[in-house]
Structure formats: structure tokens, C-alpha cells
Design a protein around this ligand. Structure first.
Ligand code: AMP
Ligand code: TRP
Length: 326
């Protein structure tokens, strides 16, 4: 069985983009792959975090994993900082990556606002991500499109080390979806939907109630043409909404165009509200059941033990191949 690894940051506001781009794939893959899903809390501290809030967000994301359908009987679910191998391997990889390649990462450029000096953790963020992936001899990494560059870097580092010393790592492939891989902000369809945008109506969080979902969709930016046609370049707003509709309702884009011929954006948006509300209702329900349960803690503890056992094998190989330790 091929091994799958992915992670989500515990930073609150998990949204429809995270679900359609990443979490949906997590569930799809778990029947015929060995899946490992991580809550990457060490990535979260690359920007300042309130410790109490971070703790809660870790459990929020864990509960959301389960609520969308990740099954702890099939998949390993755990918290990154509970397995020491991530930090250990990250250092070894840091010594085998270059400031030039890290400076080219678009996420770093965006998060450091192109300032001359930025926190080192933001700069080496993709190296820690590479460590997450390589630590588990991962074959496949399901993520949204925005992570393409980070996956490429991970492959480069793995190949570099494999080619200069003994074969140490499995070189992973990213898995990106065609539809839903990049969901855009509702208020500005030229930006990706994000957890941190100030306007809450820019995103639909997975735990939003129906009234909020309705408001965000009805307010969503479209264009003045009034025709429901998929055209990302000229009509990014309506195309983004059509993308969401298509994936959640399982209706191809061309069919949506036909179904809404002669109808206005208002009609389309009303139907989309219903589709999104119905898709998120069972997720919210399951989340409420599990979020404050002892079961959740047990699942994460058990996940950490299982993840640690796999990671130790990789670290033993890394130490041997690098001549580290006794
Ligand atoms: P993050 O919350 O940044 O850790 O992202 C978790 C996952 O969601 C990653 O696989 C991202 O690629 C994916 N993701 C984040 N934003 C979007 C978006 N707007 N559209 C599609 N996928 C996304
Ligand atoms: N950087 C990813 C994001 O922001 C999260 C992440 C950290 C990740 N480590 C990972 C994703 C390993 C996949 C595999 O979305």
C-alpha cells in the first residue's frame, strides 16, 4: 500500500478551500492507502500564537478531520509536536537546503511582506514541511494548489540527499485536484480563500451557521454581465462560485451553464446557499459530538505513538547515513 501524508495548520477558521482542496482528498484516499494526517502546530508558531488559543485550535482541527470523515481506524491522526522526529529531521534538511531556493518561495515572500528581515521560522517553514513528508517515507501528498512549490522543494531536497549519499528518502508526489484545488475569496476572487483574511465574508468556514453562509454567498463579488458562464479570466467571481457548486453538488460546469441559462445571479446564489448549507450540516453535527470528547484525546495519543514508531525508523537511517550519534 502506498503511504499518504498531509497536514493542516491549527490556526482556526478552517474553510471551504481547505475542505475542497485538501480534506476531501484525505477521506477519499484512506480506503486503499496507508494515511497519516497531522495537525502541524510547529508550523503555526512561525507567526505569534497565544498558547491557550493554539491548544484549542489543535483540538478544533483534530475534531474537524474526524467530522469530515477521516476514520482513525484506517488513518493515523496526530499532532506534529508530539513526535520529536519532525524537528530533528528538519535540522538535517536545513543543512542541505539553500537560502537561494528558500528565498524564492512565494508563500515566504507573501508572509514576510517582502521585508528585509523576517522571522527565521517563516523562512525555513518549507524545510519543516519537507521533514514532515520525508519522515514517513511518504509516496503521496494530497494538498491544495498553493502548496505546489513547497512539494517541489521537498522533492529537490530529497533527491539532492539521495544523490550525494546513500538513498535515504522516498521522493514523494503531490496530489492536486482539478476542481476545488484553488478556491478563491468570495469578496475578492483574485485572492485565494484564506483563514487569516479580515473580512469574515471572504470565506465560508466549515462551522459557519446557515445564516452566515447565506450572507457570505449573497454578498459574494460577481460581475455586471449577469450571465452564468465559467470563465475564470474574465468572470473570476461567478466562476469561483460555479466551481464550489460543481464540486459539492457533483454537477459538471457545462451542465450548470445550461441549467441557469436565462437566469440571474440571484437565483444561482440562492441554490448555492442551499447546497453549501446541506453539505456542511453533517460536518457541524459530527464536530459538536466529538470536539469535547475523551475519545478525541485518545485518538491523538494513539496516533502519536503509531507515527513515532514509523518516524524512528527513518531517523535511524538518516543518522546512520549522515554519521550522526553513537
Ligand atoms: P493550511 O490551513 O494553510 O495548513 O492549509 C491546509 C490545506 O488546505 C493545504 O493543503 C492547502 O493547500 C489547502 N488550501 C488552503 N487554502 C486553499 C484554497 N483557497 N483553495 C484550495 N485549497 C486550499
Ligand atoms: N504548509 C501546508 C499548508 O500551509 C501545511 C503542511 C505542513 C503540510 N506540513 C505539511 C501539508 C506536510 C502537507 C504535508 O497548507
Amino acid at each position: 500500500m502506498k503511504r499518504v501524508f498531509s497536514g493542516v495548520q491549527p490556526t482556526g477558521n478552517i474553510h471551504l478551500g481547505n475542505y475542497l482542496g485538501a480534506l476531501r482528498q484525505f477521506v477519499e484516499l484512506q480506503d486503499d492507502h496507508e494515511c497519516i494526517y497531522c495537525i502541524v502546530d510547529m508550523h503555526a508558531i512561525t507567526v505569534p500564537q497565544d498558547p491557550k488559543v493554539l491548544k484549542e485550535h489543535i483540538l478544533d482541527v483534530a475534531a474537524l478531520y474526524l467530522a469530515v470523515g477521516v476514520d482513525p481506524k484506517k488513518s493515523i491522526v496526530f499532532v506534529q509536536s508530539d513526535v520529536p522526529g519532525h524537528a530533528e529531521l528538519s535540522w538535517v534538511l536545513t543543512c542541505n537546503s539553500y537560502t537561494g531556493e528558500l528565498s524564492r518561495m512565494t508563500q515566504f515572500k507573501a508572509k514576510s511582506h517582502n521585508k528585509e528581515s523576517a522571522p527565521t521560522g517563516l523562512f525555513t517553514y518549507p524545510v519543516l514541511m519537507a521533514a514532515d513528508i520525508l519522515l514517513y517515507a511518504t509516496d503521496i501528498v494530497p494538498v491544495g494548489n498553493d502548496q505546489k512549490q513547497h512539494i517541489e522543494l521537498c522533492r529537490d531536497i530529497a533527491n539532492r540527499i539521495n544523490n550525494t549519499r546513500k538513498k535515504t528518502f522516498v521522493v514523494p508526489d503531490g496530489r492536486f485536484l482539478k476542481e476545488g484545488a484553488r478556491i478563491m475569496a468570495l469578496d475578492d476572487p483574485t485572492q485565494k480563500m484564506s483563514k487569516s483574511a479580515e473580512n469574515i465574508h471572504s470565506r465560508i468556514s466549515l462551522l459557519d451557521d446557515p445564516a452566515k453562509i447565506k450572507k457570505s454567498i449573497m454578498k459574494a463579488t460577481t460581475d455586471s454581465e449577469g450571465v452564468i458562464r465559467f470563465d475564470v479570466e474574465n468572470k473570476p467571481g461567478i466562476s469561483n462560485l460555479m466551481n464550489i457548486y460543481s464540486v459539492l453538488a457533483g454537477v459538471p460546469l457545462e451542465q450548470i451553464e445550461k441549467d441557469y441559462e436565462g437566469k440571474g445571479y440571484g437565483d444561482f446564489k440562492k441554490d448555492l446557499v442551499e447546497i453549501v448549507v446541506n453539505a456542511l450540516a453533517p460536518i457541524r453535527e459530527r464536530y459538536e459530538e466529538i470536539r469535547h470528547s475523551d475519545e478525541l484525546i485518545e485518538i491523538l495519543k494513539d496516533g502519536a505513538v503509531r507515527a513515532n514508531a514509523i518516524s524512528e525508523k527513518t531517523m535511524a537511517r538518516v543518522k546512520k547515513n549522515f554519521g550522526l550519534g553513537l
